[in-house]
Design a binder for this molecule. Sequence first.
Ligand SMILES: Nc1nc2c(ncn2[C@@H]2O[C@H](COP(=O)(O)OP(=O)(O)OP(=O)(O)O)[C@@H](O)[C@H]2O)c(=O)[nH]1
Ligand SMILES: [Mg+2]
Length: 360
Amino acid sequence: MRERALLVAIVGPGESERVYRSLEELRDLVKTAGGEVVDMMIQRRPKADPAYYIGKGKAREIAEICQKMKIDMVVFNTRLSPSQLRNLSEIISCKVLDRVDIVLDIFAQHAATAEAKIQVELAQLQYRLARLRAAPGYFSRLGGGIGTRGPGETKLEIDRRRILRRIALLKKRLKEVERARVERMKRHRDFFRVALVGYTSAGKTTLLNALTKSKLKESPELFTTLDTYTRGMYLNGKTVLIYDTVGFISDLPTHLIAAFRSTLAVAKEADLLLVVVDASKSDFRDNLRVVEETLKDIGADDRPKIYVLNKIDLIPSKNMLERLMEEFGEDAVFISAKTGENLEILKEKILQALTLNKGY
Ligand SMILES: Nc1nc2c(ncn2[C@@H]2O[C@H](COP(=O)(O)OP(=O)(O)OP(=O)(O)O)[C@@H](O)[C@H]2O)c(=O)[nH]1
Ligand SMILES: [Mg+2]
């Protein structure tokens, strides 16, 4: 049975639209994690309460709703500080989780390769460790299900010393895998290497499949891809390697991005980045900002880029599309990875970049 979730957010003056969209995203995340969103609650307040995030009275109200509506977990649309987590879980008797817990849970379920599993477990344990000091009783009370699952069959530790030992071991293993990855990529230096980057669900994998006639998993769920696959294609007789990457999302803590650094190293090493954007989303500019900030964080913002505005088959009017084309100009290609529209134009652009880079 799906766990029943109540989502909670606060909204400050002039933020309604942004908060509303981010709650929609949280709902998709909770669904992807296997939960059922029963209700959402928005409290108006100028800023978060340092002790409870929402007001203390509101927290009591939530505790009652949980009982009445048989809620299994309350998910806060933020990154709760350790003390907020402790205070809230003293009042609310069901599971208290935040946005990061949900993302980590999805990562844990989707991680398939050894490398992805190590990265996810490392990120989870580091997040736990930060909270363990402030809210030691919290984890033993969590029970099972969403927010407690590790990658594969891994049981997440709740003992501080054991967590520290495990983190040290995972870091060492990750170093080894990273070294192997860099070696692999170096061997491919003679080819033109293109990395697909972008917000989760933008259509990166669909584009990779369309360009290289592959069948990697694409799905409307968030964070389908956690392992970076590579596929080749030929352009004018030249081999081009295309690398898929993990999707970005807003509000991710930096240590989580750090855990995926080796995956994202692909973006840093690439000869060309295709920044894939879901142009049919009304807030795609916000998503694009997150992507650009993340690229900067990992030191990949100096790579040559092509903006790929995807899903144009979902843009309702020609007028709208033309306005977007004007806004983005020469730097962007407008395509549909699904219908194949304008893929030839994109290939032509990749070829131009290749010619510039390799000098042939
Ligand atoms: N209509 C339409 N749907 C698309 C297009 N491209 C991708 N999709 C759909 O969008 C969803 C997400 O696509 P993916 O390729 O899995 O996205 P991704 O960027 O790889 O996402 P993650 O791996 O989860 O970060 C899937 O349901 C695709 O079928 C497009 O051009 N048009
Ligand atoms: Mg994908």
